[in-house]
Design a binder for this molecule. Sequence first.
Ligand SMILES: Cc1cc2nc3c(=O)[nH]c(=O)nc-3n(C[C@H](O)[C@H](O)[C@H](O)COP(=O)(O)O)c2cc1C
Length: 136
Amino acid sequence: MFLVSLIYTSEMTGSMDFMDILEVSRARNEREGITGVLLFCNNNVVQCLEGSRETVNNTYARIVQDKRHQNPLLVDYRILSTRLFSEWSMGYVPESSITQPTLLKYSVSQDFEPRLLSGESCLRMLAELTRKVSTV
Ligand SMILES: Cc1cc2nc3c(=O)[nH]c(=O)nc-3n(C[C@H](O)[C@H](O)[C@H](O)COP(=O)(O)O)c2cc1C
């Protein structure tokens, strides 16, 4: 069984209890060998899931049914040789650490438009943001 990573973006349907989502996600991901990172910005969600193909696919299928967000868009799906977020059962990037210089580095403007990012840019941006923050 080999490693894959999946990135999607979606839109929040209302005000989300981030801490509740993180708590449930971390407990379940730890049991299932999933690592990754989650961020919320301008009502958008961006999440990366890493783990076995079967587990990542099943987790994504469950997450997209969740009524707390809508319009999921699969941004990247790839085979991995090494996890990028191995330290996080689900890392969290607070909105305050998503700066305009970082956005400009990975996209055509300094606006946060995850639907316009390539999979590679999105993955690299998540990796940079996660390195910068000490997650809660
Ligand atoms: C934005 C978002 C991200 C989520 N991330 C995860 C996750 O990484 N892992 C996970 O198990 N559940 C995650 N969830 C929660 C799932 O949608 C689901 O509520 C949870 O896994 C419990 O599923 P169950 O009630 O079928 O057991 C996330 C939900 C949302 C809205």
